[in-house]
Design a protein around this ligand. Structure first.
Ligand SMILES: Nc1ncnc2c1ncn2[C@@H]1O[C@H](COP(=O)(O)OP(=O)(O)OP(=O)(O)O)[C@@H](O)[C@H]1O
Ligand SMILES: [Mg+2]
Length: 485
């Protein structure tokens, strides 16, 4: 089975590997540097000790006073100094400290053979056995010259223990490793946080895409940072917004298609009904009229005939409205003052308002520009809304009409509201009321709002039911207006 790592695990793994390499490299370099510094120091110290020893014993060497040299050498107190060896001018050992008496290999050969420069120094490390233990030793040998003489008189070699240096280096290494370990833990904690910070929003995005694939286009992801991940979240939101808009458009197009198909059907039906019914209806109407002209008719009969006439008038109205609704409409746009259109519509309703004692309130934005619309059609829409409102409210009811401008990314729009304090429309029917023949009235046809929507959509606008704070119904119309008007 193949092991699958999450992004977070992989990030962590990489960071840990990098940290380990980094810490290892730092420890290695520092240690090397330290070792070389200590080595150089020990070497300088060796040279110093050897020169001192040589100077102090110069007279004794010149006088071949071996005992004196021996005494002097044994009296050395430096802790790291293990042994001293004196050589004569032929490089044969003259005196050596007693510690290495049993190890002739250590002192037999001088490191400075033959003719040499007064400043020459020999230094080398070796492992030796002293007092039963292995020791790393740095041997430093300097030549001996008497003042004013160019001849070498001999040389002095000192053996310095490197144990202390090794110990110091070991300690440093341990300290460095602890620091490195601490750094590693610290880095691990930091990188866990970082990885989580990167991965969490990514995970949200993944969740988001899954939810979008299920159709939740309203989903938004709050960008939490201003980096690439934040950008990703922003463009994700952009994408969902566009998807949402595209879906809305598709739904709208679908609705329009269904609507126009429906209209065509209704149109055919209306035409054939009109054709079949009109002639017989006209003759019925004429005949009733003729009978009514006979004044000897009893009152009850007369009344029945009046009722029949009313029925016929309703049928005629129905046919007229259906034909009117399905007829192709061409707009005749012209510049209009919105206020004028509203005023005219209200005037046409005046008698009906008065009859039902309705209070009408106008709230028209004074700065409204002229708009290019088909004034007759817009008035027709307002009349339909007013009529519905009148039919909805009780006697003494209230109707408010308002107009203003709305402006956003989609452009400038004329916005009209018509609201009343009637019983309102149940929210589930907010879309249905615009369907042709949707009506809740026994005398209604159900074409008023369907017609209104048709006309508003011809203006590329929208009409819908909107929320209202107090009880009642509110309709909102929005019509885009060109920015230069
Ligand atoms: N202001 C309103 N308050 C409450 N209900 C309303 C309002 N306006 C419309 N409606 C509801 O919407 C339905 C459809 O209205 P629409 O104007 O299309 O047809 P109608 O008024 O029933 O008939 P008509 O074709 O004669 O206008 C109405 O029957 C009514 O139920
Ligand atoms: Mg109506």
């Amino acid at each position: 089975m193949k092991i699958r790592f999450t992004l977070q695990q992989r990030l962590l793994l990489w960071i840990v590997v990098l940290l380990v390499i980094l810490v290892g490299a730092i420890v290695f370099v520092i240690q090397r540097k330290e070792a070389s510094i200590i080595f150089e120091e020990t070497k300088s110290k060796g040279v110093l000790i050897a020169r001192n020893t040589a100077d102090r014993n110069l007279q004794s060497i010149l006088a071949f006073d071996v005992d004196q040299i021996q005494r002097q050498s044994e009296a050395q107190t430096d802790e790291s100094l293990l042994y001293i060896v004196f050589y004569d001018r032929y490089a044969t050992p003259l005196v050596h400290t007693s510690l290495i008496a049993d190890q002739p290999a250590l002192y037999q050969n001088s490191l400075l053979q033959g003719l040499i420069d007064p400043n020459e120094i020999a230094a080398e490390t070796r492992d030796i056995l002293i007092e039963g233990g292995a020791q790393e030793v740095l041997e430093v040998e300097v030549p001996l010259f008497a003042e004013g003489s160019a001849d070498k008189w001999g040389s002095v070699r000192v053996g310095l223990s490197l144990a202390e240096m090794r110990e110091t280096v070991r300690k440093t290494r341990r300290a460095l490793l602890w620091i490195g370990f601490g750094g590693l833990l610290f880095g691990l904690a930091g990188s866990t946080l970082l990885a989580r910070q990167i991965v969490r929003p990514l995970r949200k995005l993944v969740e988001g895409t899954v939810r979008i694939s299920r159709g939740e286009f309203t989903l938004r992801i709050e960008p939490q940072s201003r980096d690439e991940v934040g950008e990703l979240a922003a463009s994700f939101n952009d994408m969902t917004e566009k998807l949402q808009a595209a879906r809305r458009e598709a739904e709208e197009a679908q609705r329009r298609l269904v609507q126009s198909e429906k209209l065509a059907q209704i149109g055919r039906l209306a035409a054939s009904i009109a054709h079949e019914i009109r002639n017989p209806l006209t003759s019925v109407k004429l005949n009733i009229q003729k009978v009514l002209e006979d004044s000897s008719l009893p009152e009850l009969e007369q009344e029945h005939l009046f009722l029949s006439q009313e029925g016929i008038a309703q049928i005629e109205k129905f046919i007229k409205e259906m034909l009117n609704f399905t007829r192709a409409t061409e707009l005749q746009p012209a510049p209009f003052a919105v206020e004028q259109i509203v005023e005219e519509s209200l005037k046409m309703m005046r008698d009906i308002f008065r009859e039902k004692e309705i209070q009408v309130e106008k709230r028209l934005d004074k700065s409204l520009p002229e708009v290019v619309v088909d004034g007759d059609r817009l008035r027709q829409v307002l009349l339909n809304l007013f009529r519905n409102a009148v039919e909805a409210v009780e006697t003494g009811g209230r109707i408010v009409v308002s107009a203003d401008l709305a402006e956003d990314r989609a452009g400038r729009r004329l916005r009209l509201h018509v609201s009343d304090n009637g019983p309102g429309i149940p929210e589930k029917d907010w879309e249905n009321v615009f369907e042709p023949f949707f009506t809740t009235k026994s005398w209604g046809i159900g074409l008023g709002l369907a017609n209104a929507r048709k006309l508003i959509e011809l203006h590329r606008g929208t009409i819908r039911v909107v929320h209202k704070r107090s009880p009642g119904t509110a309709f909102e119309i929005q019509i885009p207006i060109a920015s230069e008007t």
